[in-house]
Design a protein around this ligand. Structure first.
Ligand code: FAD
Length: 404
């Protein structure tokens, strides 16, 4: 019998977890497995705030895909996906066309700018490892230019961070540690630097326990970070951002760096597939298949999964993406064997938000944690994710061991 072709798009948490679990459980005589990713490495999206602030180098947040896949079971193709033809069952890339019997889409997230004018053009976004490098280098360039120029433009040293959700707060936590280093490196008096977080919603870290939010804001303010809450950004220009402060009241903040961290959507390629989606995220069936498409699975941030207890979507997280990969691998094997697929049930262990190198907040197994204990746990979670994808050798190579 002809071996079915399984095509996995994207080597992020969802796609790579699917492949790693497929190669564990499927013999090379059972299916042809191909993984397509635009880089020959995986990057840890959950560490991008560190790469963006410059507290980790870009090479520290990525590892070679070849290190975690078994070449005799999985064919890896470095290519950029350009189009997905669901009815023709083929995927077009910049290196050729690939047909499939089963498709897994795990192409991850993109920043959502909600149509705010200028943001696409003038704000930087913590979207992937290359964008993270750009943010780091942009901020360094502003500091270096300030220290060289004769007539000093202090607004170069203003960093506006749009969004006080998870990503924004984790990035601010890193900036809190990085700014003093930058000042030392580029001979900049620290009082000249301004880091301002602007958030449209009336609160910081929605969904987090208020006591933990208070801890986080206090910690960041102590590092000199300012907050402007309930004040949406209405426009970005080459000079900075315009903020709405009241009914008819606006303020323009001149800034050398604007980093937008206020929302995500799925990969735009989803929108061209004809599969029903909301902001490029597909409301998946219980077994992670796209509705009406029995041969297409969606994992990670391109999938929208409803938490029926509260009738709201689960937040897009690496934790869930990796668990989905396990279920999707099992379900692919079941389909090949002609068996029933199983329902994906997230097993949420908690949530930890870092506030820089040595501090964090979170809820783990229902218990609130803060400070160095929470930071230690966060690093262990990061190491566990590495372990799940590449075993102990990957943890030794890339793990976080500067725990105390
Ligand atoms: P990704 O991990 O983003 O991977 C997508 C892959 O697809 C990438 O390898 C990309 O290169 C590839 N790709 C994209 N387009 C193409 C194309 N056209 N062709 C070929 N390849 C392509 N979650 C947590 O659980 N805990 C956390 O602490 C946490 N912290 C976070 C901190 C930050 C700063 C950010 C940004 C996110 C954080 N998240 C966290 C969320 C988490 O990172 C995402 O939910 C997760 O990365 C989603 O996984 P994914 O597999 O869908 O996509």
């Amino acid at each position: 019998m002809k071996r079915p072709k399984i095509l996995v798009l994207g080597a992020g948490y969802g796609g790579l977890s699917t492949v790693v679990n497929l190669q564990k459980n499927i013999g090379s005589d059972v299916a042809d497995i191909t993984l397509i990713n635009q880089n020959d490495y995986h990057y840890e999206s959950t560490w991008l705030h560190e790469a963006s602030a410059g507290t980790l180098r870009p090479d520290q947040v990525r590892f070679d895909i070849a290190d975690v896949i078994k070449a005799d079971k999985v064919k890896f193709v470095k290519a950029s996906v350009e189009g997905i033809d669901i009815s023709g069952k083929q995927v077009t890339t910049d290196t050729g066309v690939f047909s499939y019997d089963y498709l897994v889409i795990g192409l991850g997230f993109e920043g959502e700018t909600f149509g705010i004018p200028g943001l696409d053009k003038y704000a930087l976004s913590i979207a992937n490892v290359k964008a993270a490098r750009q943010i780091r280098e942009h901020i360094e360039y502003q500091f270096a230019t300030w220290s060289l120029e004769e007539v000093k433009d202090d607004s170069r040293l203003t960093i506006v961070v749009g969004g006080a959700g998870f990503t924004g707060i984790e990035f601010l936590g890193e900036l809190g540690n990085r700014v003093p280093e930058l000042c030392k490196e580029f001979d900049v008096p620290q009082e000249k630097v301004r880091v301002l977080c602007v958030e449209a919603a009336p609160m910081v870290l929605p969904g987090f326990d208020p006591e933990l939010v208070e801890y986080a804001v206090g910690h960041l303010q102590a590092k000199g970070i300012e907050f402007s809450i309930g004040t949406p950004v209405v426009e970005a220009t080459p000079e900075g951002v315009k903020i709405k402060k009241g009914e008819d009241e606006f303020e323009f903040v001149k800034a050398g760096s604007v980093v937008w961290a206020a929302g995500i959507r799925g990969n735009r390629l989803i929108e061209q597939t004809g599969i029903e989606n909301m902001r490029a995220r597909v409301k998946v069936e219980k077994d992670m298949r796209a509705p009406g498409h029995n041969d297409v699975f969606i994992v990670g941030d391109c999938a929208l999964l409803i938490n029926e207890e509260i009738n709201r979507p689960y937040p897009p997280t690496a934790q869930i993406a990796m668990q989905q990969g396990v279920t999707v691998a099992k379900n692919l094997l079941s389909l090949i064997k002609g068996e029933e697929t199983e329902t994906f049930i997230p097993d949420l262990k908690g949530s930890l938000c870092s506030l820089g190198e040595d501090d964090a907040i979170g809820v783990v197994f229902g218990k609130k944690v803060t400070g160095s204990r929470a930071s230690f746990m966060k690093k262990m979670v990061d190491n566990r994710a590495l372990y799940m994808l590449g075993g102990a050798s990957l943890v030794v190579k890339k793990g976080k061991f500067n725990v105390l």
